[in-house]
Write a protein that binds this ligand. Structure first.
Ligand code: UDX
Ligand code: ADP
Length: 484
């Protein structure tokens, strides 16, 4: 194959949608068909009202306006898109298995396998199949085997099919996806078939300097992606663990981060303490690494990486406990405002968000939560908390009054502080940095508390307003330390 014209991406999610949108904008001569089995998701991608796109990313709407229905198409027509494709990106979900062999650690590859079967059935001629989703090491081999075996079953066909499987993991972070795709630190292409690798590289060369495109063997590419995420998550767990030490010793995590970040060997990025890492990748990818290490009998390696996840779980639990403790040991029937439900700012994604565990714990303790988020859909919160909204819970509690669970409601306005005992900041949305705490204080129940897990509120304003403030990792208000 020498000429690439049609590109298909299976999976129109947080990765597939923005990635193909940016590629389409950078390669106006190529056609990009993004397909998905989920009809509603495709309808949302095709919605004229761009505020209804299924993924919120700064800059995405503008790119979709320029490319959609010109050289970027969203549809459920998987067969047609695969048939005409020269390159097929597989960008489907690969959640952690919940049952069977490897449950709780290894990735469920049923969607990847289903894709491989669709590709084997519908593709024609030479096709390059590219793993875009993060996958366990050696998945490319599985895909190649499925493609070859199904292809040999249909040898009666006159059409001869040839497949080259490449690994081309995506490193975009949500919230900065467009920026990351337009100007990545590197593009990684793993494979054995040099000509297929060069063809894929040529697409990226439309906007990315050649020296940023790295070629590796396929297993290194798959492992590099898992390792990148594991290293980043490890940094977050490291800084969060130190934040707990700051709180008891009188140190301040922001000062510690700034000081260690000046060491050029450490670097200043990814050193913000927060409520614990979320997102669809970190936990899943580390657990994949743990599973891989266990599978090959590397118990110590497995334990080392598993601890990064364990610390994250502990840290999320720790935050809910602090809130309860500061509010005199009971939050039953107390209104608590939750600022932010997304796993980080600038995304509507809540997968593995620290807010899920923290809110569940607070509800369990009987709190009445009012959750605010500028982009998250409350229906998603309902799924995440496995609990319907306030009114229905009240009805249920008639039958089950001894349970004494709390409740939650949702608002996307910030006029929600009336009679609140506490405000808990969980996502670092820009809006929360400019809250007028003096006005908020007048509305809150007393003593009023602000718990800031992202260190974003204006500390002076909160303190001047008379509200009690707890900032993650800030031990500076500690009066007495009895250590020595
Ligand atoms: C991550 C990787 O960064 C990206 O390369 C990969 O492709 C997918 O996984 P993402 O999960 O979208 O991206 O966001 P990221 O910015 O990495 O944040 C992950 C979590 O760590 C968030 O919950 C974030 O709030 C938290 N985090 C990040 C911190 O708590 N502190 C930091 O300093 C950085
Ligand atoms: P990611 O964050 O990796 O993009 P998402 O869950 O947001 O993950 O998106 C994955 C998408 O893949 C979903 O929209 C899902 O419907 C789609 N998908 C899964 N399996 C298939 C399949 N066999 N064919 C087409 N689309 C699929």
């Amino acid at each position: 194959m020498t000429l690439i014209k049609n590109i298909c991406c299976i999976g129109a999610g947080f990765v597939g949608g923005p990635t193909m949108a940016v590629m389409a904008s950078k390669c106006p001569d190529l056609f990009f068909h993004v397909v998905d089995i989920n009809k509603k998701r495709i309808e949302a991608w095709n919605n004229k009202d761009l505020s209804k796109l299924p993924v919120f990313e700064p800059g995405l709407k503008e790119i979709i306006t320029r490319t959609r229905n010109k050289n970027l198409f969203f549809s459920n027509e998987i067969k047609n898109a695969v048939e005409s494709a020269d390159i097929i990106f597989i960008s489907v979900n690969t959640p952690t298995k919940t049952r069977g062999l490897g449950a709780g650690k290894s990735s469920d590859l049923k969607w990847v396998e289903a894709c491989a079967r669709q590709v084997a059935e519908f593709s024609k001629g030479d096709t390059i199949v590219v793993e875009k989703s993060t996958l366990p090491v050696r998945t490319a081999e599985v895909i190649q085997k499925i493609l070859n075996s199904l292809d040999s079953e249909s040898q009666g066909d006159t059409d001869i099919k040839n497949f080259s499987v490449l690994s081309n993991p995506e490193f975009l972070a949500e919230g900065t996806a467009i920026e990351d795709l337009e100007n990545p630190d590197r593009v990684l292409i793993g494979g054995e078939d040099k000509s297929a690798m060069l063809l894929l590289s040529q697409i990226y060369e439309n906007w990315i300097p050649k020296e940023k495109i790295l070629f590796t063997n396929i297993w290194s590419s798959e492992l590099a992606k898992l390792t990148s995420n594991a290293f980043l998550a490890q940094r977050v767990s490291s800084i969060n663990s130190i934040s707990a030490i700051c709180e008891v010793t009188g140190a301040n995590i922001k000062e510690v981060s700034r000081a260690i970040g000046r060491d050029s060997r450490i670097g200043s990025k990814f050193l913000d303490s927060g409520p614990g890492f979320g997102g669809s990748c970190f936990k899943k990818d580390i657990l994949n690494l743990v599973y891989l290490a266990e599978y090959f009998g590397l118990e110590e390696v497995a334990k080392f990486w598993e601890e990064v996840v364990n610390i994250n779980n502990w840290h999320q639990k720790r935050i809910a406990k602090i809130v309860v403790k500061k509010l005199f040991g009971s939050i039953s029937q107390k209104k608590i405002v939750i600022l932010g439900f997304a796993f980080k700012a600038n995304t509507n994604d809540t997968r593995e968000s620290a807010a899920i565990r923290i809110c569940k714990d607070l509800i369990e303790e009987g709190a009445e939560l009012v959750i605010h988020d500028p982009k998250v859909n409350p229906l998603q919160i309902e799924i995440d908390l496995e609990m319907k909204q306030f009114t229905e819970i009240k009805n249920e509690s008639i039958d089950n009054s001894n349970k004494n669970y709390g409740s939650w409601t949702f608002s996307n306005h910030l006029n929600i502080f009336d009679n609140a005992h506490a405000v808990l900041v969980l996502t670092e949305w820009e809006d929360y940095k400019n809250i007028k705490w003096f006005n908020v204080q007048k509305k809150m129940a007393k003593p009023a508390w602000v718990f800031d897990s992202r260190s974003i509120v204006d500390v002076d304003l909160v303190k001047e307003s008379g509200i009690n403030l707890w900032c993650l990792g800030d031990g500076s208000s500690k009066d007495e330390i009895s250590y020595f």
